[in-house]
Design a protein around this ligand. Structure first.
Ligand code: C2E
Ligand code: MG
Ligand code: MG
Ligand code: MG
Length: 279
């Protein structure tokens, strides 16, 4: 630290640092029990097809409520679980439960929605293939109904090891989406090298009404068109943002303007059937 930061480096005790460490340790500790005591829940955020304005499917998003910590955001605990390796069993739980829910909705609503599920880099091992095969067999799911989301930054490290795994996942018939596009310092060549069908443009660009944000929205759509990739706009919050991404011919969109991530009971109270039929 001293070398890197030169004379700006402080050796004084920093209370906020201690608090952060304390919080991290507490989270780590509680996280290790959360799977056993079933403290996780999946919420589902609708993804809208901009061609029909009907429901295309959902993104499954994990929620964690701990008795002493309260609600902890995945933006806080997922990176931590990635550090500790706990993401692997948590990720397996997410895959299994999201697919189980998909099968239920397939039966209940006589429809074929797409379920998007986030994957972390640590899950991209060959053993994931057996897991995926077992899940589609157990729940009798068509893999074309499941989209696995990976981020650009997940593909940065040990790229060569993850590639055969991604190719095998795609060969099984699953769709692969590139998540948070534009934020991961990746090279554009990933768009052509990864076996993806769809790009999710990060919400920071969708919500930026300045020319710089618009330049990236429009350039992303143009390059994806040429490469035959579909594009989802993430984080659409206002009517103006929706109209803009419609004018750019985006394929799908997701955001608070339509719905926040919802619990199964909230969805089944009527929102789901409305989304499937509204004009
Ligand atoms: P993500 O995969 O990019 O998911 C989209 C995030 O944007 C979600 O946050 C969602 O609630 C939020 N969002 C959606 N629409 C809007 C909007 O209009 N405005 C704003 N401000 N936000 C919007 P969430 O649920 O807090 O998740 C944060 C991140 O945590 C996810 O980003 C993903 O990277 C990670 N995550 C969540 N669930 C899982 C999981 O099951 N597995 C893994 N590996 N990561 C997960
Ligand atoms: Mg959150
Ligand atoms: Mg995602
Ligand atoms: Mg995203």
């Amino acid at each position: 630290c001293a070398k890197k930061h030169g004379r700006n480096c402080s050796y004084h005790f920093q209370p906020h640092l201690a608090e952060t460490l304390y919080r991290k340790n507490a989270l780590r500790h509680h996280l290790s029990q959360a799977l056993e005591i079933k403290d996780f829940e999946l919420y589902y955020q609708p993804i809208i097809d901009l061609n029909t304005m009907l429901l295309k499917g959902f993104e499954a998003l994990i929620r964690w409520y701990d008795d002493s910590l309260g609600h902890v955001s995945p933006a806080e605990f997922i990176p931590l679980a990635e550090e500790t390796g706990q993401i692997v069993p948590i990720g397996s739980w997410v895959l299994r439960n999201a697919c189980k829910q998909l099968e239920k909705w397939n039966q209940q609503y006589d429809t074929k929605l797409i379920m998007s599920i986030n994957l972390s880099r640590a899950q991209l091992k060959m053993s994931l293939l057996d897991e995926l095969k077992a899940i589609i067999e157990e729940y009798n799911i068509d893999p074309a109904q499941v989209a696995l989301e990976i981020t650009e930054s997940a593909m940065l490290q040990e790229f060569s090891e993850a590639m055969p795994c991604l190719d095998a996942i795609a060969a099984l018939g699953f769709e692969l989406y590139l998540d948070d596009f534009g934020t991961g310092y990746s090279s554009l060549s990933q768009l052509q090298n990864l076996p993806i069908s769809t790009v999710k443009l990060d919400q920071s660009f969708v919500q930026n009404e300045h020319d710089s944000g618009k330049a990236i929205v429009e350039a992303t759509k143009a390059i994806c068109n040429k490469l035959n990739l579909k594009v989802v706009a993430e984080g659409v919050e206002t009517k103006e943002q929706l109209e803009y991404i419609q004018s750019c011919n985006f394929n799908y969109c997701q955001g608070y303007y339509f719905n926040k991530p919802l619990s199964v009971s909230e969805l089944e109270k009527g929102i789901l059937s409305t989304l499937l039929t509204k004009e």
